[in-house]
Design a protein around this ligand. Structure first.
Ligand SMILES: Cc1ncc(COP(=O)(O)O)c(C=O)c1O
Length: 475
């Protein structure tokens, strides 16, 4: 039995503009395959009945039958008598890269560990002795780490007490925890699109009704505040999930005026702002520095932070910074998810905080090199693509000039490159004209990736999608 099922309407939304100039059944099968590969459609999800999907899509039932048949042949679907057709991931399609596959993975915008890591691990192992006498279940965070996090916020202009910090298993758990604790089924939640997709997934899993506003690489300020304010006014979301600094994937940062207007509009509706500041300290050469969003007087902001991008993703340490009552509430909900953050990893993060400025300087240098590689190599191979100049963060949101991101991502896979298609960062199939290029890759990796994209491009570009609805829909 399938553990989840997707209705014809919901699939229609996920498919977005799926048609291309080739046969419809092939285009449909390709698009469903991509949804499975990049995780937008879970493996094991029951697909809609052929007749229902045909009606929703306005195609003949034969088209859907042939598309499902194609998916079965490729191993991306299985059918069983009485339980319909369910999606499946063949061993070769397992996402991310199967062990030993040699695929270059550009789906992760994350740096390898910094050079100080070995020393931090050594120090942590020396410091762990007294903690071994305890049970090791730490659902709040080690005092030494909460103190270090609080100190850092205070230095950056947000006075923080260690009691206002809850250490989590990465920022991802922080997002899921906040969604579970603060969102009731059917509540509206505002997110920016494009956005970090697993935030969207976690908020959606809490039963939220998602409303969106857009962040653009092409507009002057990135955030269209008129629309933002109007969406907030019309929908009164219970929370708004935002990334004020080096937004993933666009790399944009909110200006002072955007920050002020966002906080004012949210306060007027009683909307709690969730500021995901995971990328906030990845400043390469931004001219202005900003304190954490929560530092604005009178604001109601819950801040999410993480060691994953500034230190290392393998540590799995993140945190929430909020007022004590919220921390208590999140802590109470946490036990339904896990029983604490690993103690040794926390000690490693605390050790890295001891010389955090040096760690950050190394990260910034690596990101600057990654940015230089992207800005040189991509336009050489693709003069028509537009590579925005970002001044920090994890990625560049590249406009590839034609709505073929999904086809390109699929074709690139056969050329040895895993890369997430633009629509993975949006909803309703938007962002087919964009590709996220991580700044975290080395020059030689960027060269390999761009060579793979160049080989994949001719086939992808032969089947552009139809035009309408490509850019972010604002609800
Ligand atoms: C904006 C943003 N938030 C949260 C996360 C998840 O971070 P973590 O690895 O700490 O769970 C990521 C990871 O890419 C991210 O980019």
């Amino acid at each position: 039995m399938a553990s989840t099922s997707i209705g014809a309407r919901a699939l229609l939304e996920l498919l977005g503009e799926w048609r291309d100039t080739g046969p419809s059944y092939e285009a449909l099968a390709e698009r469903i395959r991509l949804l499975v590969i990049d995780g937008r459609l879970l493996s094991g999800a029951r697909l809609p009945a052929e007749r229902n999907l045909a009606v929703q899509l306005g195609v003949s039932r034969t088209t859907v039958t042939a598309a499902y048949q194609r998916l079965r042949e490729q191993g991306f679907a299985v059918s069983r008598q009485g339980s319909g057709t369910t999606t499946s991931l063949p061993a070769s399609g397992t996402s991310p890269a199967p062990v030993g596959s040699g695929l270059l993975d550009f789906t992760k915008a994350a740096l390898p560990a910094p050079s100080m890591m070995q020393d931090a691990v050594r120090l942590a192992s020396e410091q762990v002795a007294p903690l071994l006498l305890d049970s090791g279940y730490d659902t709040v965070g080690l005092p030494v780490l909460r103190e270090a996090i609080a100190r850092r916020y205070t230095e950056r202009g947000l006075a923080t007490d260690p009691d206002e910090v809850l250490v989590t298993v990465g920022a991802q758990q922080a997002i899921a925890l906040i969604a579970r604790a603060l969102v009731s089924r059917g509540d509206r939640v505002l997110i920016e699109v494009p956005t970090y997709p697993h935030a969207y997934d976690a908020i959606g899993a809490a039963g939220a009704r998602i409303v969106t506003t857009s962040v653009s690489v092409e507009s002057r300020h990135g955030w269209d505040m008129e629309t933002y304010e109007s969406v907030l006014r019309r929908t009164s979301p219970s929370i708004a999930y935002v990334m004020p600094d080096f937004q993933n994937p666009t790399g944009r940062s909110m200006t002072a005026s955007v920050r002020r207007r966002l906080l004012e509009a949210a306060a007027a509706q009683g909307t709690i702002v969730i500021a995901d500041e995971t990328p906030a300290e990845l400043d390469i050469d931004r001219r202005q520095t900003f304190p954490p969003l929560a530092a604005a007087p009178g604001s109601h902001v819950i801040t999410i932070g993480s060691a994953s991008k500034t230190m290392w993703g393998g540590l799995r340490v993140g945190w929430v910074r909020a007022e004590r009552a919220t921390i208590r509430r999140l802590h109470a909900v946490r036990a339904t998810m896990d029983l604490g953050t690993p103690v040794l990893d926390q000690l490693v993060v605390a050790a890295l905080f001891e010389d955090y400025d040096t760690v950050l300087a190394e990260r910034r240098a690596a990101l600057a090199a990654g940015r230089a590689a992207i800005e040189r190599i991509v336009p050489d191979a693709f003069p028509d693509w537009s590579v925005p100049h970002v001044n920090g963060g994890l990625a560049a949101w590249v406009n590839i000039g034609a709505p073929v991101s999904s086809q390109l991502a699929l074709a690139a896979r056969s050329e040895g490159l895993l890369i997430a298609a633009g629509p993975r960062f949006g909803i309703d199939g938007a962002f087919e004209r964009f590709l996220r290029m991580p700044l975290t890759a080395s020059e030689s990796q960027v060269e390999r990736a761009v060579a793979a994209l160049a080989r994949a491009w001719p086939a992808a570009a032969r089947h552009p999608l139809s035009e309408p609805g490509m850019l972010a829909a604002v609800v």
